[in-house]
Design a protein around this ligand. Structure first.
Ligand code: TF8
Length: 338
């Protein structure tokens, strides 16, 4: 009996020594190359934030962790990169939450038309417990969400006519993100909604395969959509978050120190990115006008009509995320109301 106990103890001890010997100590930093992909070009709010993240990681790790950034979807569209992360072929990315709904259906809660009215309200909800809860759902799919960055309030551009009233959407071939809520919303408004990855958008606009698209001012500017779009109509129909994600398979092999270096850098980049994005957005209309776009505000009455018309698309959100999560987000939004 005693001998059995001793040998069991010895085996346990040996086992733990062995695993200590092989496993990485919790505060280790190993030399690593981290591929970080994104869809916009380097000279965009997304590109500037990615660069800042890379610099912060290099600084905090004494140059051991090297984040290599890949702009302009050179590692693939959002969807392709998400799958590369899940498979472990790529480590990190940033992209729209709206392109994640095929992998994690709860993400669709951010697609609710007219959910937020102010960016600070979005910050509070996204950075709060419900934002974290939605993010954590990614883990069972092989991704880890670190933080939300700002893509921003979306506005419509097209080459046919200014959108001044609901009826002006009629027959417009409008590129939307590959996402059921966006497709539904714009179909209800009367547009011919065409889902396309962002990486194909400029060419689609240039060749007139589609008439228009919708994105924040920042992207209309940085992606030079003003070269191929005449009209910009201020609809602010939805606030679009970006999300920084990492491969879970890869993340689980990092030490606690490495994980916290990456998390801290993602947060620092988030705070700087939101500031940068808001500053740029506040000057973007003037810049776009200067580059030849014709810009119109849509009256509050017409926005209200669009809102009512899009209302049934909310059911598409509820079907995807469940009534409980939907209600929880609504409650957080009213608490955070500016
Ligand atoms: C879109 C999105 C994109 C982002 C970006 C590629 O319209 O707003 O701009 O997903 O990360 O597809």
């Amino acid at each position: 009996m005693k001998r059995l106990l001793i040998s069991t103890l010895a085996a346990a001890l040996l086992g733990s020594t062995l695993s200590l010997g092989y496993a990485q100590a919790a505060d280790d930093i190993r030399p690593r190359m981290i591929r970080f992909g994104y869809g916009l070009n380097e000279d965009s709010n997304q590109g500037r934030a990615a660069k800042l993240l890379a610099e912060e990681v290099a600084k905090a790790s004494g140059g051991k962790l090297k984040v290599r950034t890949f702009a302009s979807a050179s590692l693939g569209s959002d969807d392709q990169m998400q799958n590369a992360l899940i498979g472990g072929a790529q480590e990190m990315m940033v992209g729209s939450t709206a392109t994640l709904v095929g992998i994690s259906k709860e993400m669709a809660v951010w697609d609710t038309p007219f959910l937020f009215t102010d960016p600070r309200q979005a910050d509070q909800v996204l950075d709060g417990p419900v934002g974290r809860q939605v993010m954590d759902k990614l883990e069972e799919k092989g991704l880890v969400g670190l933080v939300y960055w700002e893509n921003g309030f979306r506005n419509v551009t097209n080459s046919a006519r200014p959108i001044e009233k609901l009826e002006d959407f009629e027959g417009i071939k409008l590129r939307v993100m590959p996402n059921p809520v966006f497709i539904d919303t714009f179909k209800r408004m009367g547009a011919n909604a065409v889902p396309l990855p962002f990486s194909e958008l400029f060419t689609a606009l240039e060749t007139k395969a589609v008439d228009g698209q919708e994105n924040p001012y920042n992207t209309i500017l940085s992606s030079k959509f003003y070269e191929v779009q005449k009209y910009l109509s201020v609809t602010n129909h939805v606030y679009s978050p970006w999300i920084v994600t990492v491969s879970k398979r890869w993340w689980d092999g990092l030490s606690a120190t490495e994980q916290s270096i990456l998390m801290d850098a993602a947060e620092k980049a988030r705070d700087a990115e939101r500031e940068d994005t808001r500053r740029e957005a506040s000057q973007a209309l003037a810049a776009l006008k200067e580059r030849g776009m014709q810009i119109n505000e849509v009256s509050p009455e017409e926005i209200q009509r669009m809102r009512e018309q899009a209302q049934p698309a909310i059911q598409t959100v509820i079907d995807a995320v469940g009534q409980d999560l939907f209600d929880q987000v609504q409650a957080e939004v009213s608490k955070a109301a500016p």
